[in-house]
Design a protein around this ligand. Structure first.
Ligand SMILES: NC(=O)CC[C@H](N)C(=O)O
Length: 729
């Protein structure tokens, strides 16, 4: 009998919710307790320094060294009062996680003792010995220097005894080695380009901010069960496991009562998140059993992204206090919903206008339509790139399967917005603009009810859906750094807005009045990007055919999808917006291909091990029991009767023999295929070989393992089954 599996199931069943103390203060009082936010800056910094820092945060003004020294002194004072002993630059290298290297505040005081020290120099820039992060060949090992540099726009925060300073991570030669550096550039580009366009409508607009509201989906699995599944432990997903008879068919988990152990975890997590200034708001059960979701209020994109990275590491930490492990993988379990991280994206002005939201007047709506249509143009022209920005070895299992968006980028607009765009497209300039006496010009742009639009039919099958006053990029994966998608989207929109401004200005120069110039260009754009608009069922096979006919990127091989980053139009777009150079894009793709290969390689190794060490031995043992039974039948009964009574067992004996033989042969073949792939020099070709030869083998082997799970004695099966992983909580 398999002891471990039954022991962990039993222990898990007995676990009670961990008591979580509710803080005495209200959430609004402890919100941001561990953040060096504006309130603390005001308290701990001289007013001149405070003003300079706020200017740097709000307007990107440069900070000189003397200011940095004073900021560091203020930060240190606050941190030491909070019991902090260490500091770290906190950054997001190209690994999908975050990195930190803690240093104590201590320095020699020159009198044989120690003192706490933290200077502006240490705040502003560091040179972590971080030569082992992926860099795609940008840094040669002999010149392996990478710098981390302070991002004042994301406030420092405290985790345990450490002051964490959000930073970018760049090479000695200036290339980005992280997600934050290009994200900040993309946000600057979209700000600049959108401000220029906004000024057609309101010359007061000086700043446009990109907002991000992410929705983090995740699974929780009892820690004991998790430990008994080496595949979960090492790859984040189950590489095998037959469907549980009951899973999500009854739709009884979604929005259901939150299980008590989970509710305690959520409460604990939320308290910690609020203290770190993460404005968490929503929590609920998701579609699959043991799947949940957490979402904050939207924030400025760079901050929101840091908060998402932070929440993922908090989730990992807090879940363990509750005897759980959190699974952020996009598809931990086959056959039930995967986990996404829908990115709600919008643009807003410093005059308080949400640019993707309809307004009250036709003029407001012309602005609204301008930004929506330019976004559609960007998504249309860069649909392959946007797909590449969310593609990974892990997200590939999710896209197109069980409620997740398909692997083709299209945009859902809903009935009302579609009608407005159709109206503009099908009207002449004179239909749309009439001169009406003293009131001046009248625009015929249909009204979109501001409230109603929030309730428009949602389309879960759309990867990029308009949802009333924002777009929801639903294809982003749960494990991803949102920056990848946000870099691509904001850069593409920035580039498009620049083009729009150029097109409109050209007409104005020819003597066309501003409003009709805008309408003229918008009308042309609506026609041009029609192919991206799709309100139908994204899961259907007809859509796949239709999307191909429309010329949208329908590639499904992740390593090939990455080619989108190196297409001439992509390079031109990133270079024009100043977000990334060709060299950076090339290097980053090397990392993407390499990571892809390594992830599949690890899965193949783990599956090979489990097949040989768990599955085949257990199946063979059970087969031996059956064989013994057959022999005993023969000694007990006359031959004919024994044969009849043993018929079923004989079938099972053969089935086990066939399936184990298949598994063994294919594990061996997979090892050989890996050997061949590993010899390939080019990272791209190697990743393609892994995709084409190893990924299908993983599926084929799994199929037979899952069939064995159905027939082998349950008492012998060593790995916790889907019904246990998904329902014990
Ligand atoms: N209810 C939902 O929105 C499901 C979303 C789904 N889990 C996804 O992967 O995107």
């Amino acid at each position: 009998m398999s002891k471990l599996r039954f022991r962990v199931v039993e222990t898990a069943f007995k676990k009670k919710a961990v008591e979580v103390a509710t803080p005495a203060e209200r959430p609004s009082e402890y919100f941001g307790k561990y953040v060096f936010n504006k309130e603390k800056m005001f308290k701990y910094l001289p007013s001149k320094v405070y003003n300079a820092l706020i200017d740097a945060i709000d307007n990107g003004a440069p900070l000189d060294r003397s200011i940095a020294d004073e900021v560091a002194a203020g930060m240190k004072k606050w941190a030491i009062e909070m019991g902090v002993t260490h500091y770290t630059h906190w950054f997001a290298p190209l690994t999908e996680g975050t990195a930190e290297k803690h240093d104590a505040f201590v320095e020699h005081d020159g009198k044989g003792g120690m003192m706490e020290e933290f200077t502006g120099k240490l705040l502003v820039q560091q040179e972590p010995d971080a030569s082992s992060f992926p860099n795609g060949g940008i840094r040669n090992t002999f010149e392996a220097r990478g710098y981390s540099a302070w991002d004042p726009s994301s406030p420092a925060f405290i985790v345990d005894d450490t002051l964490c300073i959000p930073t970018v991570f760049i090479a000695y030669t200036g290339e980005a080695l992280d997600y934050k550096a290009p994200l900040l550039k993309a946000l600057r580009a979209v700000d600049k380009a959108a401000v220029a366009v906004c000024q057609y409508f309101n010359p007061e607009v000086k700043k446009v901010v990109a907002y991000l509201g992410w929705e983090q989906e995740y699974f929780l699995v009892d820690e004991g069960l998790y430990a008994a599944r080496p595949d979960l432990l090492m790859t984040g997903r189950t590489l095998m496991g037959h469907d549980s008879a009951k899973n999500q068919q009854l739709e009884d988990h979604y929005f259901g009562a939150i299980p008590t152990r989970v509710a305690a975890f959520m409460k604990d997590l939320e308290i910690e998140a609020l203290k770190l200034g993460i404005p968490v708001k929503t929590r609920h059960n998701e579609v699959a059993p043991n799947q949940f979701e957490l979402a904050p209020i939207f924030e400025e994109c760079n901050l929101a992204n840091d908060h998402n990275l932070l929440i993922m590491s908090l989730m990992r930490k807090v879940s363990r206090r509750h005897g759980f492990r959190v699974l952020l993988h996009e598809k931990p379990f086959k056959g039930v919903n995967g986990s996404g991280k829908h990115n709600n994206w919008s643009l807003g002005t410093d005059t308080g206008i949400l640019l993707m939201g309809p307004g009250k007047t036709p003029e407001d709506n012309l602005r609204f339509v301008t930004f929506v249509v330019n976004t559609l143009m960007a998504v249309y022209h860069h649909n392959g790139l946007l797909k590449a920005s969310i593609s990974s070895a892990t997200n590939a299992h999710r896209l197109g399967a069980n409620e997740a968006p398909p692997a083709i980028i299209s945009s859902f607009l809903g009935k009302q917005l579609s009608q407005v765009l159709d109206h503009i497209e099908n009207s002449t300039k004179d239909d749309l603009i009439s001169l009406s006496g003293k009131q001046g010009m009248k625009l015929d742009i249909p009204q979109i009810p501001e409230l109603l639009i929030d309730n428009t039919d949602r389309n879960r099958t759309s990867p990029f859906a308009f949802t009333g006053n924002r777009f929801e990029f639903r294809a982003v994966g749960s494990e991803a750094n949102c920056a990848s998608a946000m870099i691509a989207l904001n850069s593409a929109v920035a580039n498009q807005l620049v083009k729009f401004k150029k097109d409109v200005d050209a007409l104005i120069e020819k003597g066309e009045p501003k409003v009709s110039a805008i309408l003229e260009i918008i009308r042309g754009y609506i026609k041009e990007c029609k192919a991206i608009h799709f309100d139908g069922n994204g899961y259907s096979d007809e859509w796949k055919k239709e999307a191909a006919r429309r010329g949208l990127d329908c590639e499904t091989s992740v390593p090939v999808i990455f080619d989108n980053y190196l297409k001439p139009e992509t390079i031109a777009m990133f270079e024009a917006t100043g977000v990334m150079t060709k060299k950076e894009l090339e290097a980053r793709n090397e990392v993407k291909w390499e990571t892809y290969t390594k992830k599949i390689q690890i899965e193949a190794r783990v599956l090979g091990d489990l097949a040989m060490n768990h599955i085949i031995p257990v199946a063979t043992q059970y087969q031996t029991d059956l064989i013994n039974n057959v022999y005993k039948m023969q000694s007990l009964f006359p031959a004919e009767k024994a044969a009849k009574l043993s018929a079923k067992n004989l079938e099972l004996i053969e089935e086990i023999a066939d399936r184990t033989a298949f598994i063994k042969e294919h594990v061996d073949a997979m090892i050989e295929a890996r050997k061949v792939a590993n010899k390939i020099e080019s990272e791209r070709e190697k990743a393609i070989a892994y995709h084409d030869t190893i990924v299908p083998a993983l599926e084929e082997i799994r199929y037979h393992i899952d069939k064995l799970e159905l027939i082998v004695d349950n008492q012998m099966w060593t790995l916790p089954k889907y019904r246990e992983l998904l329902f014990v909580r």
